[in-house]
Design a protein around this ligand. Structure first.
Ligand code: TRP
Ligand code: SF4
Length: 332
């Protein structure tokens, strides 16, 4: 039976943290058994915003692979590869550029938002406007049926479907299937300062965190400001530590107990944090073991990517063989 294809990607912009694990990777790992999965280290996409400061991109691409493997992505099951290793992505993006109206791109809410938010970078480039065109090429190159992403990528996925429809309209009924969004619920995982977890805020709990630094970060994490002293009563709903409990502490009865202890000052914040630390540290143990296994064999990382590129290229070439004649090109 044909398993159906899953495609997703991440930009290699720095170490992954527990927000990425809960909001994406856990789901990616689960999909491996049900689908033929392609997971893409989107280095061209990273360059689109980091072209002026690309010194870490190579390093980041290998680091993100290590994070993925440690989460349990399995190169025997899934195709793990670097976008720039498979030139067909760039080719198909150019092909799509022929038929993508500028209005669609200017209207893209992510574009407007990023131009606003990342004022320290000059993003008024040709490539950055075309970001969703390359993303559409990523997905449609493999005729992927399902694309697991968070809500923030919904507009890009809608554009991918529109580009597929427009391509089919001009160049051949149903050559490109419209990919479905597999919306991944993204649980709220605040950072140690209570703001959104992000490496750029320096508040993240990383996937590569060792036991000691994990505890240090949790120990000093901010809590409900009402609990200044051990005897002050608190409210878990006003506490970022509690948001993390809800994601990583699966023991509901214990959570209820702790919430009561917080409200009555029956427990201290350190007790509450120690319990959370126990849950996260236990969860991270197999993650650390897998990381150690791959870290000790750096050459396997490049082998995995070489093998991934081979598999991805073969699948990509199948599609490109149809794209060229459909568009009226002599092709190859
Ligand atoms: N734009 C995505 C992000 O920033 C990353 C990405 C690149 C992607 N290509 C993709 C996601 C294809 C899904 C499918 O998170
Ligand atoms: Fe937060 Fe727990 Fe302290 Fe309550 S006891 S304020 S939930 S850390």
């Amino acid at each position: 039976m044909d398993k159906g294809r899953v495609y997703s990607g991440m930009r290699p912009t720095g170490p992954l943290h527990l927000g990425h694990l809960a909001g994406a990777l856990t789901n990616w790992v689960a999909l491996q058994d049900e689908y033929e999965c392609f997971y893409n280290i989107a280095d061209w996409h990273a360059l689109m915003s980091d072209y002026a400061d690309s010194g870490r991109t190579r390093r980041n691409s290998l680091d993100i692979l290590l994070d993925w493997l440690s989460a349990g992505l399995d190169p025997e099951k899934s195709c793990l590869f670097v976008q720039s290793h498979v030139p067909q992505h760039a080719e198909l993006a150019l092909a799509f550029a022929m038929l993508t109206p500028l209005g669609w791109l200017y209207r893209n809410p992510t574009y407007k938002e990023q131009i606003q938010n990342l004022q320290n970078k000059d993003l008024s480039t040709y490539a950055f406007l075309g970001y969703p065109v390359l993303q559409a090429a990523d997905i449609l190159l493999y005729k992927a049926n399902k694309v697991p992403v968070g809500e923030d990528q919904s507009a890009h996925l809608e554009l991918s479907r529109e580009i597929a429809r427009r391509f089919n309209h001009f160049f051949g009924e149903n050559l490109l299937p419209e990919p479905q969004t597999l919306l991944t619920p993204t649980p709220k995982v605040p950072g140690t300062d209570g703001k959104k977890m992000s490496k750029s805020y320096g508040n993240s709990l990383d996937m590569s965190e060792d036991s000691k630094s994990l505890w240090e970060k949790l120990r000093t994490m901010i809590t409900d400001p009402a609990r200044k002293k051990r005897t002050d009563q608190g409210d878990p709903d006003k506490c970022p530590v509690w948001d993390i409990h809800k994601v990583f502490n699966g023991d509901e009865a214990q959570r209820e107990e702790l919430a009561k202890g917080c409200r009555t000052a029956g427990i201290g914040c350190i007790d509450c944090k120690k319990t959370l630390y126990g849950h996260i540290d236990t969860m991270m143990e197999p993650i650390r073991q897998r990381r150690a296994r791959y870290e000790n064999n750096p050459s396997t990382l490049t082998e995995i990517l070489a093998e991934g590129a081979k598999r991805a290229s073969a699948a990509a070439e199948e599609t490109m063989k149809e794209i060229y004649p459909a568009m009226g090109l002599l092709g190859r």
